[in-house]
Structures are given as C-alpha cells and as structure tokens.
Design a protein around this ligand. Structure first.
Ligand code: NAD
Length: 481
C-alpha cells in the first residue's frame, strides 16, 4: 500500500494527525493508496513555510526561476511513462490519453510560464504637457492557494501552479482527493528540481477540510480554483468578504451546434471526441448537440455508427477509447441522469448502461457512451451538468432557435460551431454566451489565449498573461520630473 505525503517546507511529511483515507483505482474499484487526511494545522504549517520562502523567491532573478521550472519540465518528460501510468490508474482514463495529453501538457504548462514570465512587461503612461510619467509594476502577491479537480489531474494542477510560481509567489496547492497520485509524484520531482524550501507546498486531503482551510486562511491572498459551480459558490462566500483575489473556473453544459452547411465528416468525427474524450469528463466537452433539421437524420446515422465502434475497456488497454469514470459516486450520478433522461421522455439511441468487464476490471466503474434524443431543450438532462459519457441530440430550424437553446443554461464555458459559412460563424460566435468558441474544431488550445467562462461557469480568466496578471498586483507609480 502506498502512503502519500504532503510536501511542506521542501520535505515530504505525514499529515499532522497521522490520519489517512482510501484512494481507489476506478478501473478495478480497489483501494491502492492512502491519502493524507490533512486539516487546518497542516495548512498553517504550509503557510509558515510559504511565507518564509516568499521574500527570497519573489526576488530571485527571472533566469533562476526559468531554470528551476525548466528542470522540473525535464523531470516530468523523463518520467513520462511513470506519470502516464499513474494518471491512468488514479483517474480511470485510457493510458493513451494520459500519455498523449495529460502528462505532456503538465510539462508544457511549466515550460510555457517559465518562458512567459521572461516576456511579461508592464505599461507606462506619459502625461503630455505635465512633465509627468506613470509606470506600472506588477508585483507578486505573496502566498497563494491553488485548488484543482479530478478530471485532468496533473494537467489542471500545474496550469495553476506554473503561473503562480513564475510570477514570484509561493504556493499552497491542493489536488483533488479523488485523484491525488500524480500531484504526489510531482512533489518528489519538485524537490529534485531544486525549488527552494517552502516555495511549492502540496497538501492533500478533503475539500471541506484542506480546501476550506486554504480559503479561510487570512494570509493566503489569492485563490485560483477549478471545480464545480456549487463549490465555487462556497469558496466565494468565504473569500469575497476577506477581499481575496479569486479566479474561479467552474462547471459547464456546452453546446455543439451543427449547421446544415457544415463539413459533415469533420463535424461527426470531432463531435465523437468532444462528446466522449476522457469519458465525457472534460469541462469543455460538448454535451448538447444541436443539429439543423435538414441534416438531423444524416448526422445522427453517422454519429451513432462511429459511437458504436468506441471501445469501453481497461484503461491499460492501448485500444481503449473510454476507460472508467472516476469514482463510484460519479458512476451512480451519471447513471441516475440516464434514468432521468428516460423519465423525461428521452430515447436512448446508443449505450445507456453500465459496462461489466471481465478479469481485473470486473468491479470497475464503466459506462457505455450514451446518446439520447427527443428531450426538450429546457429539461433537467439538457440543463444540468452530467460530466460523463452522455450527450443529447436536438434538432433546430433557425439560427435564432439554435442560439436560444445554446444560451438557455446557467453555464457559459465553451461552445462549438460547425458551418462553412464564415459570416454565419462570426455572427453566431458573437452571440453565444460563452467564454470560448471553437469554429470547425474543438479543444485546439493556444496557451496564450484567455481561458474561462461566463455566467455560472466562472469568474476571471486563466492562460497567458491573464494568469500572470491574476497572480500579481498592479501598482502605479507616478513621477513628476
Ligand atoms: P469539486 O468542486 O467537487 O472539487 C474541486 C476541488 O475543490 C477539489 O480539490 C476539492 O477537494 C475542493 N473542494 C471541495 N469542497 C471544497 C470547499 N468547501 N472548499 C474548498 N475546496 C473544496 O469539483 P470536482 O468534482 O473535483 O470536478 C468536477 C467539476 O469541475 C465539474 O463541475 C467541472 O465542470 C469542473 N471543471 C471546470 C473546469 C474549467 O476550466 N472551468 C475544468 C475542469 C473541471
């Protein structure tokens, strides 16, 4: 049995109360490691270490920060196989996805922000005729908190830590307790990379204890959070009255709009991915597919044919298209939405059931890729985030109707449009209530672009200089000469 440890003050240590809880492998349902059940005392220890490390780290040369972060990049790359296997085992995702997307992106996050900080400049405002000039400096905030979810564990954890460190902050980071293993392996690599003690602290445990202690700690001045909308509300209700800086990346229920003039082959092929990649557990997945009525049957036929070829299998199987969903609770939640879809009048076109595999995976949490039609756009299944391998197909007659249905949820994270008409593409993109719009593609990511949602999908933007701005305070200095 593996006992994970916290990284505090440059050392791997046990939680202060020496309590642990179980970590499950979703593909087998077995417990394979023990997670520190840390609490506010561990956060206080981490805070003391981070506070002590801040003056020196915030004054290190950009070269030193760059070099230290690049050492970590090389270590992640050297440990690619081990980290990919760990991510797949901990999360249930196919090994090929972890190896192709999650782990390379974790390295890329550090590489990107190690470089970005060397290009991060600030403004100067000259006042003509007044012999006065203003210049803005962007200073690191101090000790900052990073809280991340389970769906892309190391990918999203490093997406927060990298800009926070690059900007000169010291960090207390909490990975999801559902998928803590690669964050633990990252602790080992961070020590090897030579980050000064206390610069990066990783504390494991439950959201209600460790996440809550980070949120409430008066010395932690900024919190970058990715997770569910309801958790985001709790965090804001505590942190906003303390005037903390908050970046909240929350839930979604993304529309995928297919117009009759789309390139149908491309739209179908990519929609299979945007529906079921990572078992549909990507915040950017397009779970509501709206199809112009004249091509509805054609799209449906080729989409279902492709979905029926997807292989639900052991995540270790290199041929697996879908692995296990992340936990027993989540498995039950997703199945309950499939049941609700039937009660709401939906027709299951494909899937709809749990999958019982043989051998080592006989008790794993597997679900068939599920396609449903015949639901009203405003029913619960089409409005609430399911975050699993379940999509709905809904026909539309006009552009206005597609937009009305697409914009009808409380969320506004990402949207996809398929059309060969460039005017229509721009017109619809402008009217979508969404932080991100992809036209004739999906999940194409340039890390310099702003990333985040509108409405209940969040507040603030990550990515590029947006993230470096979040993790710094602007100060204007005005000089009369
Ligand atoms: P979650 O909100 O349950 O947990 C996220 C993190 O918050 C975990 O580390 C958890 O321990 C912690 N947490 C839980 N309660 C807390 C509390 N009271 N105070 C402080 N921290 C607390 O979310 P999840 O189930 O891990 O992730 C799935 C959700 O994340 C989905 O809603 C998904 O859409 C969303 N998500 C959003 C994005 C995005 O970029 N917008 C990306 C990925 C996932």
């Amino acid at each position: 049995m593996i006992y994970l440890k916290n990284l505090i003050g440059g050392e791997l240590i046990e939680p202060s109360k020496k309590q642990y809880f179980d970590n499950f492998e979703p593909a087998t349902g077995n417990v394979y490691s023990q997670i520190p059940d840390s609490d506010a005392d561990d956060i206080q220890l981490a805070y003391q270490a981070a506070e002590k490390a801040f003056p020196e780290w915030s004054n290190t040369s950009l070269d030193f920060r760059f070099e230290t972060m690049m050492k970590l990049v090389r270590l992640i790359e050297q440990n690619h196989k081990k980290l990919s296997e760990a991510e797949s085992m901990d999360n249930g995702k196919p090994i090929k996805l972890a190896a192709k997307v999650d782990i390379p992106r974790a390295a890329q996050n550090f590489k990107f922000f190690a470089n970005a900080i060397t290009q991060f400049a600030s403004e100067s405002h000259n006042m003509p005729g007044e012999e006065t000039i203003n210049y803005t400096v962007r200073q690191p905030i101090g000790v900052v908190g990073c809280i991340s979810p389970w769906n892309l564990p190391l990918y999203l954890f490093t997406w927060k830590i990298a800009p926070a460190l690059a900007a000169g902050n010291t960090v207390i980071a909490k990975p999801s307790e559902v998928t803590p293993y690669t964050a633990y392996l990252l602790s080992e690599l961070a020590i090897e990379a030579g980050f000064p003690k206390g610069v990066l602290n990783i504390v494991h445990g439950l959201g209600q204890k460790v996440g809550d202690a980070i949120t409430r700690h008066p010395g932690i001045k900024a919190i970058s959070f990715t997770g569910g909308t309801s958790t985001g509300k709790i965090i804001s209700s505590i942190a906003a009255p303390m005037f903390k800086k908050l970046s909240l990346e929350l839930g979604g229920k993304n529309p995928n709009i297919i117009f009759a003039d789309a390139n149908l082959d491309n739209a179908v092929r990519t929609s299979v991915l945007s529906s079921f990649a990572n078992q549909g557990q990507i915040c950017l997945c397009g779970s509501r597919i709206f199809i112009e009525r004249s091509i509805y049957e054609d799209f449906k036929t080729s989409f279902i044919a492709k979905v029926n070829k997807l292989k639900v299998a052991d995540p270790k199987d290199p041929e697996s298209s879908l692995g296990a969903v992340v936990s027993k609770d989540h498995f039950e939640k997703v199945l309950s939405y499939i049941q609700l879809a039937k009660e709401e009048g939906g027709k299951i076109l494909s899937g709809g059931n749990a999958v019982q595999l043989d051998g080592r995976c006989e008790n794993g949490w597997f679900i068939e890729p599920t396609v449903i039609e015949g639901l009203e756009y405003n029913c619960r299944v089409q409005q609430e985030e399911i975050f699993g391998p379940v999509v709905t197909l809904t026909p539309f007659d006009t552009e206005e109707e597609a937009l009305m249905m697409a914009n009808s949820t409380e969320y506004g994270l990402a949207a996809t449009i398929w059309t060969e008409n460039i005017n229509k593409a721009h017109r619809v993109a402008a009217k979508l209530q969404s932080g991100i719009v992809w036209i004739n593609c999906w999940l194409v990511r340039d890390l310099r672009t702003p990333f985040g949602g509108v409405k209940n999908s969040g507040v603030g933007r990550e990515g590029g200089f947006e993230a470096l701005k979040f993790f710094t305070e602007s100060k204007n200095i005005c000089i009369k000469y």
